[in-house]
Design a binder for this molecule. Structure first.
Ligand code: SAH
Ligand code: MG
Length: 401
């Protein structure tokens, strides 16, 4: 028998049932929804079931300080504020002064006025100001404003976090549009860029979940903030971070070279500073893809006819280092002793993930030594004579400074 796929009418009915069983609304919450209707606001507040989820999550982590981005009429604000212990506080950011005023009345009516501060204005600016005040970190951040600025909101949220802070992003699936590539639409591109940033971020562990309900088809991302970077003790992380830093140092040293010096041919390694540094960064990209393995395919090589400036190569280096670090994290999850197949010059070899990662970084070190020699040959004052050894101990000293 073919069971029809449940659709919107079922989701509505189930949400009403869940609300009655688990998330009953008091008069203040009902009045908030009615006020939003009367004001003609879009029906984009969380559902009662979702509001209850926010409350349960906030209670589960014992959140005492909550940040919300996107207030509307204050519906989600009230659920979150009700999770706060005595003395707790919530800051909520809203662009539209009319909505903020309405939310203010609704939040007061719900008895949460003492705990809640509404900040009116573009959220990115309000977040900058919050960071400037050096206030204590938030325990929970609920991102629920425009999708376009999600990457910026995420970055600010992390800056305003402590290890253990939970960041919740609403509307992250966008009726499935999150997987559409190259739409050029700010709302789609914004969520996609945020997903990439979460994937790359060394401090975040995140889950994504699709949701259906009275608000249609969408989804949530829950990201847990981990420990702040500190003096590294893990050998693989030291290798990876030192490698990216050292190549950056060499590229910076090349920024002052003339075009002729940057491309001058030497009987050393790949033959010029441009070629050697492009080769180092190219290998990082290649190995990031190889380490991830199928279905990830090798990207087109950056080595070839294109000539790039040191500044252009720096941008690619930063992306390559982030990609490699993310691949290394995934490799760690799979186990660094896991073997994988690599085809080099037509021959297939099997290496462990750990060996491949050590290879990329020592490969960088090998070619950087060639670069240092080319720089010495060029004899550029302030570059060839002052370039440090850029070894891992230099890196640790600089990281502490
Ligand atoms: N969290 C609310 C719903 C928020 S709807 C709830 O579930 O009840 C999104 C809100 O973000 C809207 O009120 C909109 O005015 C606000 N918003 C959109 N862009 C913004 C921006 N750049 N800065 C601050 N708020 C913004
Ligand atoms: Mg929302």
């Amino acid at each position: 028998m073919n069971t029809p796929q449940p659709s919107q009418s079922t989701w509505d009915a189930v949400d009403r049932a869940l609300e009655q069983w688990l998330a009953p609304q008091d008069e203040a919450l009902q009045a908030t929804t009615m006020s939003a209707e009367r004001a003609g606001l879009p029906r984009i507040a969380v559902s009662p079931a979702q509001g209850r989820l926010l409350e349960v999550l906030a209670r589960a982590i014992g959140a005492g300080r909550i940040l919300e981005i996107g207030t509307l009429a204050g519906f989600s604000t009230i659920w979150l504020a009700r999770a706060l212990p005595p003395g707790g506080s919530l800051v909520t950011l809203e662009l539209d002064p009319g909505r903020a005023q309405l939310a203010h009345e609704n939040i007061d009516r719900a008895g949460c006025g003492e705990m809640v501060r509404i900040v009116v204005g573009p959220a990115a600016e309000s977040l900058e100001s919050l960071r400037a005040t050096c206030a204590p970190p938030f325990d929970l951040v609920f991102i629920d404003a425009d999708r376009e600025h999600c990457p910026a909101y995420l970055e600010h949220a992390i800056a305003l976090s402590r290890p253990g802070t939970l960041i919740i992003v609403d509307n992250a699936v966008h009726r499935g549009r999150v997987i559409e590539q190259g739409t050029g639409e700010p709302s789609v591109e914004g969520v996609r860029a945020m997903m990439d940033a979460i994937q790359r971020h060394p401090r975040l562990k995140a889950a994504g979940i699709q949701t259906v309900g009275a608000k249609g088809y969408d989804g949530l991302v829950l990201a847990l903030v981990g420990d702040a970077p500190r003096a590294e003790s893990d050998p693989l992380n030291i290798l990876l971070r030192h490698d990216a830093w050292a190549t950056r140092e060499v590229l910076r040293a090349c920024a002052g070279l003339t075009d002729e010096q940057w491309h001058r041919r030497f009987e050393i390694g790949p033959g010029s500073l441009h070629d050697a540094l492009t080769h180092i960064v190219g290998a990082m990209l290649r190995w990031a893809d190889r380490i991830d393995g199928p279905p990830t395919e090798l990207r087109p090589s950056i080595e070839g006819d294109v000539r790039r400036t040191p500044a252009e190569l720096l941008v690619i280096l930063d992306a390559a280092a982030a990609d490699l670090a993310a691949s290394a994290e995934r490799a760690r999850t799979r186990g660094l002793g896991t073997e994988f197949a690599v085809t080099l010059a037509g021959q297939t070899h099997r290496f462990t993930l750990g060996a491949a990662l050590v290879h990329v970084t020592t490969h960088g070190m090998h070619h950087r030594a060639q670069c240092l020699n080319m720089l010495r040959h060029l004899g550029v004052p302030g570059v060839s004579d002052r370039l440090p050894e850029i070894d891992p101990l230099d890196w640790q000293l600089q990281a502490k400074a």
